[in-house]
Write a protein that binds this ligand. Structure first.
Ligand SMILES: *[C@@H]1O[C@H](CO)[C@@H](O)[C@H](O)[C@H]1NC(C)=O
Length: 321
């Protein structure tokens, strides 16, 4: 068999597997929201005043973004078959969703599903390589377990609720709360500027911090808890069990993003990089043998900086400098 044919078959097999996966888990989750659509939802949501004294209440829309704790009611005024609400907290929060009252027809094909993460255009955050649970355990279906499990919690600061209601007049009410996460691992940043310290304390896991804006990242400190410096003769980070990579891309699945830089030596910064993509990620891979830590800050690239990055590059994929 020739190499190219083998590659071709491999692609075919992959797409069949992907289709199967889709049928099983993400039938309606193919929401066609664009990055711009997501930013504008997020921006308008972040302008809301956070109410302190009493529970904030508002109707939920079929496509919605929620960043303020409160009680949200969706009422179908016609069949609503493909709805999704994005929930986001601070980096040090996890999301809690509580079913207060549900009036849907599970037998008639209605559903409400909470997903542990975000799905955009079929891509998931955190990716399967970074999430502690297998994919099927990240969906929680009200119609299967809602009565028994009225509160669902996420593993990181983002979660989604997918819902399908066939009858007008069907409705449900949920309460969204943010719960402190003492060991944040995977994070989507709410804002295009900020700073963060990611620590993986001797755990065999991977953590991704995702900024869904084109930004300049400045790494202040990287401590990988071992002395990789001895192996400087090895090019790149090949073979390193503990490292940090900077990724850029236009989707949310980190396993499909482009590597912009690999860092496998401890240093005291600053080291900086501009990434002109829709999504910029700092990802730490950890073998579990060491305490690994990376500290970084980031800010939005202005229009001029973006133009300059574009001018420097031959390809128009996603640019860094
Ligand atoms: C972390 O990611 C690497 C690839 O970047 C993968 O080989 C490894 O299995 C992942 N570790 C865990 C615990 O999922």
């Amino acid at each position: 068999m020739t190499g190219s044919l083998r590659a071709h078959l491999c692609v075919l097999l992959l797409s069949v597997t992907a289709l199967r996966g889709r049928g099983r888990y993400i039938d309606v989750q193919e929401n066609e929201i664009s990055a711009e659509g997501l930013f504008s939802l997020l921006n308008s949501e972040l302008k809301r005043e956070s109410p302190d004294l009493y529970l904030y209440r508002r109707p939920l829309k079929c496509l919605d973004m929620v960043a303020v704790e409160g009680q949200f009611t969706f009422t179908a005024d016609r069949p609503q078959l493909n709805c999704a609400a994005f929930f986001i907290g601070e980096p040090t929060d996890i999301i809690s969703i509580e079913y207060d009252s549900v009036n849907i027809n599970c037998r008639g094909g209605d559903f409400i599903k909470v997903f542990d993460g975000w799905v955009m255009k079929g891509e998931k955050f955190p990716s399967s390589q970074d999430h502690p649970l297998p994919l099927y355990e990240r969906y929680s279906d009200y119609c299967d377990s809602g009565e028994a499990q009225p509160i669902v919690r996420s593993s990181q600061n983002v979660a989604m609720v997918f819902f399908r209601l066939h009858q007008s007049g069907s409705s449900f009410t949920i309460t969204f709360r943010k719960v402190l996460n003492p060991f944040p691992c995977n994070v989507i940043s709410q804002t295009p500027e900020g700073r963060f310290s990611m620590v993986i304390p001797q755990q065999h896991r991977n953590c991704s911090y995702s900024i869904i804006y084109p930004v300049e990242i400045q790494i202040g400190e990287l401590s990988l808890g071992h002395h990789n410096d001895l192996k400087r003769s090895v090019p790149g980070c090949a073979g390193a069990g503990d490292f940090v990579e900077l990724l850029g891309g236009n989707g949310v699945d980190t396993s499909k993003m482009f590597p912009m830089a690999d860092l496998c030596y401890s240093f005291n910064g600053p080291a900086q990089l501009k990434v002109g993509c829709d999504n910029t990620v700092v990802r730490m891979v950890s073998s579990g043998k060491f305490v690994n830590r990376v500290t970084f800050q980031y800010r939005l690239l202005d229009h001029q900086e973006l133009q300059k990055l574009k001018g420097n590059s031959v390809e128009d994929l996603c640019l860094s400098g």
